[in-house]
Design a protein around this ligand. Sequence first.
Ligand code: NAG
Ligand code: NAG
Ligand code: NAG
Ligand code: NAG
Ligand code: NAG
Length: 950
Amino acid sequence: MAPSLFFMFCTWIVLLVMIRTPLAKPLCRPDESSALMEFKQSFKINRTTLMCVYPKFESWSLDGHGDCCSWDGVECDEATGHVIGLDLSHGCLFGTLSSNTSLFRLLHLESLNLAWNDFNSSSIPYGFGNLSQLHYLNLFSSYLLGKVPSDISRLSKLVSLDLNLGWDLEMSLDLYLGNIPKMPNIDNFIQNLTMLKELDLSFINMSSPFPHVLANFSSLKSLKLKECWLHGEFLVSIFQLPNLEALDLTYNFYLSGFIPDLHWGNPLKSLSLSETNFSGEVPISIGNLVFLKELSIGDCNFSGSLPTSMGNLSQLAHLDLSSSILHGQIPTFFANLTHLSYLDLSYNNFSGGIGHWFVNLVKLTDLNLADCQLSGPITYSFENLTQLVSLQLYYNNLQGEIPKSLWELKDLDLLDLSGNNLSGIVDLHKLKKLRMLDLSFNNISFASKAEINATLPKISYLVLYSCNLHEFPKFLAYPGRLGYIDLSHNNIEGSVPMWMWNGSRESLLYMDLSHNFLTGFDNNQINLPLPNLTYLDISSNQLKTKLPSPPPSVYYYNISYNFLIGEIQSICSGRSLVILDLSNNSLNGTIHSCVGNMDYLSFLNLRKNKLVGMIPRAYPKCCTLEIIDLSENRLQGPIPRSLANCTKLEYLNLAHNQILDGFPFWLSKLTKLKAVILKSNKFYGPIEAYQSQFNFSYMHIMDLSYNSFSGKLPCKLLQSFHAMEVITRQEWLEYMNTRATVDPSNNRSIEIVDYDMKLMNKGIEREYSKVPFALMEIDFSNNKFEGHIPNLIGDLKSLIFRNLSSNILTESLDLSRNKLSGEIPQKLAHLTFLSSFDVSNNQLAGPIPQGSQFNTFSIDSFAMNEGLCGSPLPKKCTKVGDNLPLPPFPHEKFGEASLFNSEWKFVLIGVGVGFLIGIVLGNLIIDEKSMWFLHYSERMAKEWKILGRH
Ligand SMILES: *[C@@H]1O[C@H](CO)[C@@H](O)[C@H](O)[C@H]1NC(C)=O
Ligand SMILES: *[C@@H]1O[C@H](CO)[C@@H](O)[C@H](O)[C@H]1NC(C)=O
Ligand SMILES: *[C@@H]1O[C@H](CO)[C@@H](O)[C@H](O)[C@H]1NC(C)=O
Ligand SMILES: *[C@@H]1O[C@H](CO)[C@@H](O)[C@H](O)[C@H]1NC(C)=O
Ligand SMILES: *[C@@H]1O[C@H](CO)[C@@H](O)[C@H](O)[C@H]1NC(C)=O
């Protein structure tokens, strides 16, 4: 190359560079770069939040030329250098976004994305309105709270607005109920935002009717208003917006509407109306929505049968029609929906068999046909459904063999066939990914050969309730991570093998082996090596061992109805116990004082053992006990006064012991008491001599019978029972129970424990596992009370006639076997809901009151009173005025005949002692443990249904 030519070439390059430079990106404005720096400095970077991907602004710096246009996430205008775009999504920001944030000085911003950061529940700041050029604003999952400021509604250039602040993901109940994001006037707010194409205001509390102004938003492509507390009627014309592709109204429980039968012109791809109050039939024209990929209309009130036109929805991948009122056979057109991967038809009134349509749907990953009234055998093969991850057929009437092809589905994660009448040999060895298995209420056994080498590395939730099992499944011995196991209500005999917890020693949290025929533990080992176990139920077996020590984390420990022997000292290792039930065994020795000192104990049941000595003097100031049942033992001495520290106590049962004490008037401090049963002890002395004022406002049941109480009938005591007022507001049958809150490894859950007691019914003492809330029972019989009944009457009247709108009241009054004298007050005949009344074995005289309820009491109610006369006794009254019919009583229309007997039928049907509701609180991602807690609560609902059915 010649030198001149070279020179020219260089000049050309230099010129080119000189010309190009002003055209290259201009440097950012100093005021804007300092605003950005200030913004950066007002936040911390928190890499531990799950939303954090990459802290974009970590690299921002004013060093060097400090050109903010080159910073990560910042976009400048090519011509002016103004910052027009800022994208800090997933940017690991942590801190408060305040109204004086420097962000609001970037007046040229057109696009702002702060999604997936943690603004630490600070209020949504006022100031976005300054950014008048904004087209795009995204605050998705940024954890802001409070009222949506009105200035956002000035941003009339907005094309995309996302204020779904993420409160669905963080299921923190306190926050949720408290300071949920609010928008007082949605119509005003969106009025000027007519350019919007995308709008997401999910989880903002609007408490308003559906905003009609949206019908004018002809550009809308995506409208998401999940759980916005919308009510009233949905606007049908929204379905006709010409560009609409996605509509999500999920969880607006009070929003009514229907799917119109119209000529759909829009390219709708996704329609979600689940858990709203939409109703009606699915119209034929739905078949025109040929672009539809997702249709979720479960948990609404859709009814009728499905139109065959749905067979045209060939793109459909996700279909949820669960919990509707659909009937008829499951239509065969489903066979045409070959793109389906998620199909949920559960909880409907379909009929007939499963049908062969499903075998074509080779892309299915989730199939749920639970509680669909399906019957008959499963004759079709699952061989081609190789992608299935979740299969739920529970609570149908399916019969016959489980198809063998099911055991080939190697991607299965969840399999629930419970509540059918299926049989067969379960062969799990190919299901290496299975985590949750429920085969309850079927008749199954495990393939023994294959099983021996079937290590199931993933299984964490195993429920084989009432499966007619005769032995423990062998695969439990192999390494795994079982967290939850329920083998209750089977026919398993013999010892609990120690290999049971070889595989999952560390992971096991929940174990229910109740209602089997277990007799002990291998090698008499009573220290169960399960360090993390929180729930253990081995009740209703035939264990003839010493009391196994509760593992240290156990909060629920039920080993009642066995033949345990020896002392109960080993219970002291249960430092986490909340619910302890050792009743109906043969345990002896004394009650160790540790039982009264356990930090969390709320339910203590030692009934029907052979315990001796005194009730220990423990019960610290922070006593958490709500239920104490020490009945049917051989306990002596007085009731320890420190029990008065148990201010949450609702139920105290000391019946059938040898307790020697005066009336524990100090119990009056315990204002929540609902039932006090002191029957068959050696209590003595007058009751009201000690105290003139009692405070038993919630008392339903007081049984002082078979003691040596004396003196006047304790009227003031009765007068203090105000529970009737509460009862009459009950609209349905409820049972007396208490709720213990427990906290197993941060999953807050609530254990409901029903009162379970022996009561006199028609002269016979019977055990009831449930007691209707409406029951009132006062039993003062077999004491040495004396004096007249009349004193009592005024009090009973004030007690009972206060509010009698309900007819489910039952009341029983037993004053038999005392030394009461005088007449039975005539006015007692008006207590028409007294379903049981007994004054036998006293020294009463005069005529028995006549009328209404009194005529139904048998002769036994009045027997052994020398002076009584009139029906039902044979002895006629002779004095003038005796036995006259009563004048009509002003309140006769109240007090319908009581439903006492039908109530008791309920009591007898009632099964089970307690159950558990899991509420999962916590992290963004529901972990495995939470999953089975969720699953478990669903299962409980199921189980109750099944039990109800049998
Ligand atoms: C980071 O976030 C986690 C989870 O939200 C929180 O627990 C922690 O306190 C935060 N750390 C800092 C330094 O703010
Ligand atoms: C909407 O725009 C009109 C006209 O510009 C204005 O008068 C009105 O205040 C705006 N409404 C809201 C809520 O900003
Ligand atoms: C299913 O598809 C077949 C073949 O594509 C078609 O003939 C039939 O009409 C479709 N059925 C329904 C119910 O759409
Ligand atoms: C599974 O697919 C194969 C191949 O397409 C087919 O021959 C077979 O009939 C299918 N099985 C069922 C049960 O539909
Ligand atoms: C189980 O299978 C593995 C590999 O398939 C084999 O190594 C092991 O010996 C088998 N164990 C038994 C007890 O059969």
